[in-house]
Design a protein. Structure first.
Length: 155
């Protein structure tokens, strides 16, 4: 009959936990790689008849920071966040220094808007429906835009 001593059992438990963690990290890194690779050929967006150059949140740091810690954004610029699947993606104003407009997009249409969001606001902004892309603009850029308006992405 085969018996395991306590050291061998402990070793097997630690090995099992390490394998579980490694598997989790591999899956998460693949999801992050897919998220960051989407939208890499998108360089501009047309919203409300105006064309904006896009700064892509294409690194883990940019995804976390967004426009935070910047002093401004050019008048014809926006930041894009592209997700690999539609979901309810929340945003906040942590480390923001200027007000912004935020648009959540699904299938090329605006599904939720937050206008003129002040950097002093500390709540988390949640869209009312799922989105696959989020755009951040200077405050006032989306004043003439409505829900369900078309958004056109260009290379």
């Amino acid at each position: 009959m085969f018996s395991l001593d306590k050291k061998m059992i402990l070793f097997l438990v630690v090995l099992f936990i390490a394998l579980c963690i490694a598997t989790f990290l591999i899956v998460k890194s693949e999801q992050m790689r897919r998220l960051l690779s989407l939208g890499e050929d998108i360089w501009s967006v047309t919203v409300g008849g105006k064309v904006y150059s896009l700064d892509r949140a294409d690194t883990v740091e940019k995804l976390a920071l967004g426009l935070g810690k910047r002093d401004s954004l050019c008048e014809t610029c926006a930041m894009i966040f592209v997700f690999d699947e539609a979901g309810v993606y929340s945003f906040w104003m942590k480390d923001m220094r200027f007000p912004i407009d935020i648009a959540w997009i699904l299938d090329g249409r605006i599904v939720h808007l937050e206008r003129r969001v002040s950097p002093e606001r500390r709540e988390i902004f949640h869209p009312t429906s799922k989105a696959s892309t989020v755009l951040e603009f200077n405050a006032g850029s989306l004043d003439s835009v409505q829900l369900s308006d078309r958004v056109i992405f260009s290379p």
